[in-house]
Design a protein around this ligand. Structure first.
Ligand code: TYD
Ligand code: MG
Length: 478
């Protein structure tokens, strides 16, 4: 509903989109930037530009070549997977935002990291949403004694920062940024202006005191932390904690990192005793894979620099009475439609009267083009009731003409597949210029390369028709 906007406030206030933080002098029903409906909320103009101004003059400019390199040791957070995502540990004075859906395990991760850090220095854990008893219960469940962790429930950020000042901890945790508020800022806790100003305040504190600060943030249903682009440019590091509710695996993914490379992932399993690192991460998503299963193909994907083997399952079922349905779990829906179109037109598969479901097992979301051939082979395998040849992984991007295209870091992917016992790789034909070198470098992996120029050829090479099965399963079905 359009708010009443009469009188004095009309001159002073500004309307801010709660999804993307676009400002407007008047209320709008729909945001012109992010297209969300009814997302504008009236707020007073934000004071950040005034309060963050520093008193500097020209003498403060420094000649970069004369600046001595600061020796800033990184803190080892105990979990090698977290250190890896952070680029080798936590940098003092850095502000790290960990985003994720409610219930995914952010508070659990924070508490476990606090406990490990508390062995070396004091940790302040400030929660705006949980009481000390709730956190004590969780810590008991995790087997954490709590020595060296100082807990406070305080949603008022100024009060929280005052406590941090008093304690001067070696690590501070704020759980969650959406539950904190500053008195002088308009809007309820969690509104875009509050979240932004609170983050600015924490950023300044972390930098002034050179203390690392971990903050958690709930993601909106669009998958962004309090509106895209609002917080991500303020903080130093943004990590997303992901996973499907039905799966116990959790991925900690780096999205922004001022001190290391992004796109690294850490893999955890949520168990009764909290989060545990996974011993052999590249095969966690293969735990139920059985070789020789119809409609099931393994693809060595890359998450950042880490190879991960994923199982792609496809199921085609005849549907002669209604428009065919396509369901994509863990792969991009439009990519699936493209692959189905290519299979229909370029490989002659009759898919027009088939419902098609494609799944990445283990609840992983994998959106690489390198998955295309695996998806195509899984669909063809299910339709034709054929099985992938023994020990097969598939790899390759599919083009609209049915051609197969090369993909990045093929050696690393193939080496990992070989390490896990796979014996042949269905892949795009190697370009003649680089073929010699690449074959040479792939040789130690001891894997047979099944090179194909097109999807149709790849399906012929990679799938074994069963005898006594008809060409298309839907013909004998119903
Ligand atoms: P939590 O850390 O509270 O999530 P968030 O802070 O992201 O909202 O995690 C809550 C979920 O984790 C809850 O569904 C229970 C589960 N969990 C376990 O499975 N094992 C554990 O040891 C703990 C502490 C939680
Ligand atoms: Mg929580």
């Amino acid at each position: 509903m359009k708010p009443n906007n009469q009188g004095k406030s009309r001159l002073k206030s500004v309307f801010v989109c709660q999804q993307c933080s676009r400002e407007s002098p008047k209320w709008l029903g729909r945001c012109p930037d992010c297209q969300s409906w009814n997302s504008f909320v009236e707020t007073s103009p934000t004071p950040s530009r005034v309060t963050t101004r520093l008193h500097t003059d020209v003498a403060d400019l420094q000649d970069l070549s004369r600046v001595a390199k600061a020796d800033s040791p990184r803190f080892d957070l105990g979990f090698a997977e977290v250190n890896r995502v952070l680029g080798g540990g936590l940098v003092p004075g850095s502000l790290v935002l960990v985003g994720g859906e409610p219930g995914i395990g952010k508070s659990t991760l924070m508490l476990q990291l606090s406990a490990m850090m508390a062995q070396r220095s004091t940790v302040a854990y400030i929660s705006g949403e949980e009481s000390v008893n709730q956190v004590k219960l969780r810590s008991e469940r995790l087997g954490i004694g709590g020595e060296g962790i100082y807990f406070l429930t305080e949603p008022d950020l100024e009060a929280a920062v005052a406590c941090l000042e008093g304690l001067s901890p070696g690590l501070a945790v704020i759980d969650s940024i959406q539950s904190m508020y500053l008195d002088e800022v308009a809007g309820t806790p969690g509104s875009i202006s509050q979240v932004r100003e609170c983050t600015w305040r924490l950023e300044r504190w972390a930098k002034q005191r050179n203390v690392p600060l971990l903050i958690t943030g709930h993601v909106t249903k669009e998958g962004a932390i309090a509106g895209p682009g609002t917080l991500e440019h303020i903080v130093d590091v943004v990590l997303y904690f992901e996973g499907e509710p039905f799966s116990s695996y959790r991925l900690l993914r780096g999205v922004k990192n001022r001190f290391g490379s992004t796109n690294e992932v850490g893999i955890f399993e949520m168990g009764d005793g909290g989060l545990m690192e996974v011993a052999n991460p590249s095969r966690v998503f293969l735990n139920a894979y059985k070789e020789g299963t119809v409609g099931s193909v393994v693809v060595p994907t890359l998450e950042g620099t880490r190879p991960l083997l994923v199982e792609i399952q496809a199921l085609t079922t005849p549907n002669n009475f209604a428009p065919p349905r396509r369901i994509a779990n863990g792969v991009d829906f439009n990519r699936l439609l493209m692959i189905i179109a290519v299979l229909t037109k370029r490989a002659g598969l009759k898919l027009f009267n088939q419902d098609i479901i494609v799944n990445v097992t283990g609840g992983l979301r994998a959106n690489e083009p390198a998955l295309d051939l695996g998806i195509a082979a899984a669909i063809a395998s299910s339709l034709q009731e054929s099985t992938p040849v023994s020990g097969l992984v598939a790899l390759g991007e599919v083009g609209l003409n049915g051609e197969l295209r090369g993909i990045s870091q093929i050696e690393r992917r193939i080496a990992e597949a070989a390490r896990l016992g796979f014996t042949c790789c269905l892949m795009p034909a190697l370009a003649s210029v680089t073929a010699g070198d690449l074959r040479q470098s792939l040789q130690p992996a001891g894997i047979r390369l099944l090179e194909a120029g097109s999807v149709a050829e790849a399906l012929r090479l990679g799938l074994t028709r069963r005898t006594n099965t008809k060409d298309t399963a839907h013909e004998n079905a119903v």
